[in-house]
Design a protein around this ligand. Structure first.
Ligand SMILES: Nc1ncnc2c1ncn2[C@@H]1O[C@H](COP(=O)(O)OP(=O)(O)O)[C@@H](O)[C@H]1O
Ligand SMILES: [Mg+2]
Length: 254
């Protein structure tokens, strides 16, 4: 069967910096793939090429058989790509529920004739509440997004991304800044979302959680893919250990 997402030969240059060199990766429907590598390896850049936010030197991106390489970001989102960002910033004061309802509303506007969208927000709010339950923050529905702790904002990001009813959910360091307990809980939530059928691609530095929840590991180092496969096997690869874990880390893990 054809992969859901085909990422072919991605090369990116920022001025004198070669951020990615010929990276390819096929992602099958239903996978839970984690993308790891040292800071500056090119992980976020790869995601941004897939979503169309960074213009590559070379690349071909195919989603569900459709070549999306030259499409604008909003068109790619409409076709099923959703991304959560490393740094979460709510853009204006509103309740947690309305923040998600807005994302649900955008989804509806994109899919049906605007004339058919009712002014009544009841449906959007009902769907938003379902999503908040999914990510475990429905208690916070009527609170203002400002002043919410990072753990809630990270979950809110996931709910907003799911409101777009994506085919693939990309998460850029969803666990960063969370304590161990919160990180494990959010990783469980993401794993459950994946178990329900959504394809997940997660950039993450928290190796413990990565190894616990993901079923495939892709490793970037200096813009080059140096590992791809079963997480346990990839982590035992000497090249990956040398590049990613580093000398001390690989001794400690030995
Ligand atoms: N917009 C940009 N302009 C210039 N250089 C960039 C830009 N984005 C990323 N880079 C550089 O590209 C390389 C890869 O960055 P990035 O994809 O953010 O790595 P990672 O997410 O793996 O930490 C780094 O050297 C970074 O400094
Ligand atoms: Mg990054």
């Amino acid at each position: 069967m054809r992969p859901l997402l085909e990422i072919r030969d991605v090369s990116v240059r920022f001025g004198g910096v070669k951020a990615l060199s010929g990276v390819s990766c096929d992602i099958a429907e239903g996978e839970f793939l984690s993308l790891i590598g040292p800071n500056g390896a090119g992980k976020t850049t790869l995601l941004r090429v897939v979503t169309g936010q960074v213009k590559p030197e070379t690349a071909r991106i195919i989603l569900a058989g459709q070549d999306i390489t030259s499409l604008a970001t909003h068109s790619r989102i409409r076709l099923g790509l959703a991304i959560t960002h490393q740094i979460v910033r709510p853009f204006r004061s509103m309740t947690v529920l309305d923040n998600v309802a807005l994302a649900v509303g955008h989804e509806r506007l994109n899919r049906v004739l605007p004339a058919l969208v009712s002014r009544d927000r009841t449906k959007e709010r009902r769907r938003a509440l379902e999503l908040l339950k999914w990510v475990g923050i429905s208690d916070m529905a009527e609170r203002d997004v400002f002043g919410q702790p990072l753990g809630v904002l990270k979950r809110l990001e996931v709910a907003r991304a799911m409101a777009l009813e994506p085919k693939v959910l990309f998460l850029d360091e969803p666990l960063a800044g969370l304590n161990n307990i919160e990180a494990a809980r959010l990783a469980d939530t993401i794993a459950e979302i994946n178990r329900q059928g959504l394809t997940v691609v997660m950039i993450e530095h928290n190796l413990g959680e990565v190894l616990r929840v993901s079923r495939r590991l892709v490793v970037l180092d200096n813009g080059v893919k140096i590992g791809d496969g079963d997480p346990g096997e990839v982590m035992h690869d000497p090249a990956v250990r040398a590049a990613y874990v580093g000398k001390e880390g690989s001794d400690a893990a030995a």
